[in-house]
Design a protein around this ligand. Structure first.
Ligand code: ADP
Ligand code: MG
Length: 220
């Protein structure tokens, strides 16, 4: 599903990732843990095609060598195969919950009504049916994060990258968002790669990868 080899990342003189190799199987749910500044976000952004590794890296997702794709094709690949959930959800403030969820579907050029119906269905599943026309600032933190989860799911990606998706939520809401991710993983077979510093939650995933100082140190 995901094969990454020889991932280095240097910002000016700062070597952040120092040669990471990893293999994530289809339908796996993998936690990435490690101290702050270890390179977790950088790795996730590179795997998720949002940032580029240094030369000589190899990344294959769903059989596609993504480093061979140029801008337009890469954007299309990202839009149709990959979902993201960020720590600070990054919803667009001027759009409603429903619109935020629909946008990646519209970008993928799917029929408008299909996208809207799918979005409503996902939001209903996430118990947000009565929040469709709310703007992000009219939603609680947990509700915003669930909208972000719905947005990540709209194009039925084969893999979702989540960067501390519950980092800004209280424990109970965080628990709920994780349960939801585990449920979706079970139901839809979506692979998840989740950066978290919550060891208890990490322990519930299939596997834990630990990054320290830009190097992968364990594969549990
Ligand atoms: P983590 O997510 O594990 O906390 P990051 O991947 O965000 O760590 O960052 C790893 C290191 O890379 C940090 O020391 C950070 O300051 C540095 N870094 C991240 N992004 C940039 C950037 N765009 N330019 C320069 N340094 C960066
Ligand atoms: Mg980070």
């Amino acid at each position: 599903m995901i094969v990454a080899k020889n991932i280095h990342k240097t910002f000016d003189d700062l070597q952040v990732l120092k040669g990471i190799d990893l293999h994530i199987k289809k339908k796996e749910i993998v936690a990435i843990v490690g101290p702050s500044g270890a390179g977790k976000t950088t790795l996730l952004q590179i795997l998720g095609t949002l940032d580029k590794a240094d030369e000589n890296a190899f990344i294959q997702i769903n059989g596609q060598e993504i480093l061979k794709l140029k801008d337009k094709k890469l954007a299309h690949f990202r839009n149709t195969h990959i979902g993201f959930i960020f720590q600070f959800h990054q919803l667009l403030p001027e759009f409603t919950a429903l619109e935020n969820v629909c946008i990646p579907g519209f970008i993928a050029n799917k029929p408008k009504n299909d996208v809207i119906n799918d979005a409503k269905e996902i939001l209903e599943y996430l118990k947000l049916s009565d929040r469709l026309s709310h703007h992000p600032n009219e939603l609680s933190g947990g509700e915003q994060q669930r909208v972000a989860v719905a947005r990540a799911l709209i194009n039925k990606p084969s893999v979702i990258f989540a960067d501390e998706p519950t980092g800004n939520l209280d424990h109970k809401t965080a628990e709920r968002v994780y349960e939801l991710m585990l449920e979706l993983h079970k139901e839809l077979g979506t692979s998840f790669v989740v950066v978290t510093h919550d060891q208890t939650l990490a322990a519930r995933m299939d596997r834990i990868l630990t990054i320290e100082d830009g190097v992968l140190i364990t594969t549990g």
